[in-house]
Design a protein around this ligand. Structure first.
Ligand SMILES: [Zn+2]
Length: 434
């Protein structure tokens, strides 16, 4: 069977099984045009799974009949996992670790560096919010042993990297040098801050063979700083607790869909906002024996790659040029254009003294940009950023730019790039106006 036929078969089997047996999808049956219609059309006719529905029907709505949840929780086959979004979109899921690991292994095949060194038994150090991974956040400092789970060492214990002391940096450097990880996996916001401090303090740090950026949008501003300390290939991977590993950046820098693990339906935005190449992603997971996820809106923006076949030779599934940040972080210019986190990052990353940024919209037509800068470069950086925002959003906007010592993390410890304080209906991006 060729790969497209195999993908269609997985799509069909997953859909038929969910509609027939999973309680949370019973109400979707009436939307299904049935088996005589091509599979892509059947998917397109269905509703979309949102975090709200995951909450409303949790947990039994998504568990195949016959699975005994209390027994699974009791014997450790599954656990409850809370996703690490911002407070209002947190969701609890039934998490089956072997499923997650299988999706990760499949994703490694999509990058030659990862395929060669990621054996599944390799040592990996992780630098991210302790509320997103590892043994969790505690007031009491945990020992290196307490933060080593299986083949993973979780380095960080603070919610905001700006609170790291020189002693924290020294401890993490020493642990990296002792543990000698093959892979360093990180939230780019945390790793950029870490590498800047490592360079300032003049520490020599172990060089891993691969740096994986995941957990949040890997800003160019952050990647510049990481590159000054770590020389290994830097690879971006994209997924979530709900979906597993969905896309992986190949050695040519494009993002390939993990077709062995999931189906992705791309829903383009309207042309006036950047469609049809820009849009949102609806993910259907193929092989999760415990938790059925169909057409889940990941809440992120993607841009399809339109440059023709990828030089790496991979042709299966969707190829993306970029993942462009959270949909809820989309903002609008004074003439109504949609501005993604990616758009802002492309423009702001041209300022080489900028080391971090976060945009707030306290009220309509008012932008307040907070920036981190290189030492003694606050004023020229501030001016340059102000000009860029004016150029992007239009001169009618009120714009303030302030250099600050720290950006503001969410409760999860992740950093959002753009935060709008008033209600905005982002569905305008893809919904045809009535
Ligand atoms: Zn490629």
């Amino acid at each position: 069977m060729n790969s497209r036929a195999h993908y269609d078969r997985l799509s069909r089997d997953t859909l038929d099984e969910a509609l027939a047996r999973i309680p949370g999808y019973a109400a979707w049956r009436s939307f299904d045009p049935g088996p005589s219609v091509p599979i892509d059309q059947r998917y397109a006719a269905l509703p979309i799974l949102t975090k709200q529905e995951l909450r409303d029907h949790f947990p039994l709505g998504f568990i195949p009949p016959g699975r005994d949840l209390p027994a699974g929780l009791n014997n450790g086959e599954v656990e409850y996992a809370r996703t690490s979004g911002s407070t209002d979109d947190e969701v609890t899921l039934v998490f089956h670790a072997p499923w997650w690991e299988a999706s990760e292994k499949a994703a490694w095949q999509l990058n030659d560096h990862a395929r060669q060194i990621a054996t599944g038994t390799h040592r990996e150090a992780v630098l991210a919010s302790p509320r997103c991974v590892g043994p969790g956040y505690t007031e009491r400092p945990l020992s290196m042993e307490e933060r080593t789970l299986g083949r993973h060492l979780y380095l960080n214990q603070q919610i905001n990297p700006a609170t790291w002391t020189p002693a924290d940096i020294r401890r993490m450097v020493e642990e990296l040098n002792r543990y000698q990880p093959v892979v360093l996996e990180a939230d780019a916001a945390y790793l950029a801050f870490f590498t800047r401090r490592v360079a300032e303090l003049g520490f020599a740090v172990h060089q891993p063979q691969l740096v994986f950026l995941t957990y949040s949008f890997p800003s160019r501003v952050y990647r510049h700083q990481i590159r000054r300390v770590f020389t290994a290939p830097m690879v971006s991977s994209y997924g979530s607790t709900e979906t597993g590993h969905v896309f992986m950046e190949c050695e040519a820098g494009r993002l390939h869909q993990n077709t062995a693990h999931c189906r992705v339906d791309f829903q383009p935005w309207l042309p006036r906002y950047g469609g049809p190449t820009r849009g949102r992603m609806l993910v259907t997971v193929f092989h999760n024996p415990w938790f059925a996820v169909l057409r889940f809106d990941t809440g992120d923006v993607a841009t399809l790659d339109t440059r023709g076949p990828c030089p790496c030779g991979r042709t299966e599934g969707l190829t993306l040029a970029s993942i462009d940040g959270r949909t809820q972080d989309v903002t609008y210019s004074s003439d109504g254009r949609a501005i993604t986190v990616e758009d802002l990052d492309v423009a702001l990353a041209g300022i080489r003294t900028l080391t971090g940024w976060q945009l707030d919209l306290p009220e309509p037509m008012f932008l307040r940009l907070h920036i981190l800068t290189e030492r003694d470069a606050a004023e020229p950086t501030r001016k340059a950023a102000h000009e860029i925002l004016e150029w992007i959003y239009g001169a009618e906007m009120r714009i303030e730019v302030a250099a600050v010592p720290s950006l503001q993390p969410e409760r999860s410890g992740k950093f959002r790039f753009a935060r709008t304080a008033f209600p905005v209906d982002h569905a305008r991006l893809w919904n045809t106006p009535p």
